[in-house]
Design a protein around this ligand. Sequence first.
Ligand SMILES: [Zn+2]
Length: 179
Amino acid sequence: MTDFDKLAMGPREGIIYPMHVPYCGNCTMPIEYCEYYPEYEKCKQWLEKNLPDEFDKMKVSDETEGGGTEEEKKRQKRGGKGIIKTKKKEDGPKRVCVSRAPRGKKKSVTVVTGLSTFDIDLKVAAKYFGTKFACGSSVTGDDEIVIQGDVKDDLFDLIPEKWSEIDEDFIEDLGDQKR
Ligand SMILES: [Zn+2]
């Protein structure tokens, strides 16, 4: 940076220095920050007494914001409904499905889907099943675990035991599936 550049950042023509920034006598901050001060009400009282002009401006912006706040509240309400809707949507498929699928001529595998609707880490779950049943178990899809072996019936006890948020009622038996 040259000296010339430094100078260029200094006072400029057309701007009156010092720039007028009204400070609040209550919170000592520039009054535009008063609304973030916990004692904003006291700030307003101080402003009303000492800087009535600024207070009037604030009142105006307050009222505008007040309207906005109400609008926001409405939006929040709408948003709230939206959230409930989303929850309902989630509740629908929030279900673990287990099924049996043939593997070769005599063996079966057990397919578990829906664990991720309960925010369960599939890798952890697959490892857990593998350890519990002493067999192969791996994540095979976005929300699918395949356990080598027919352990479907055991899962109705095992899953709620491991993840208490998954009641046995949340587990759906899809029976035998053709793969
Ligand atoms: Zn203040």
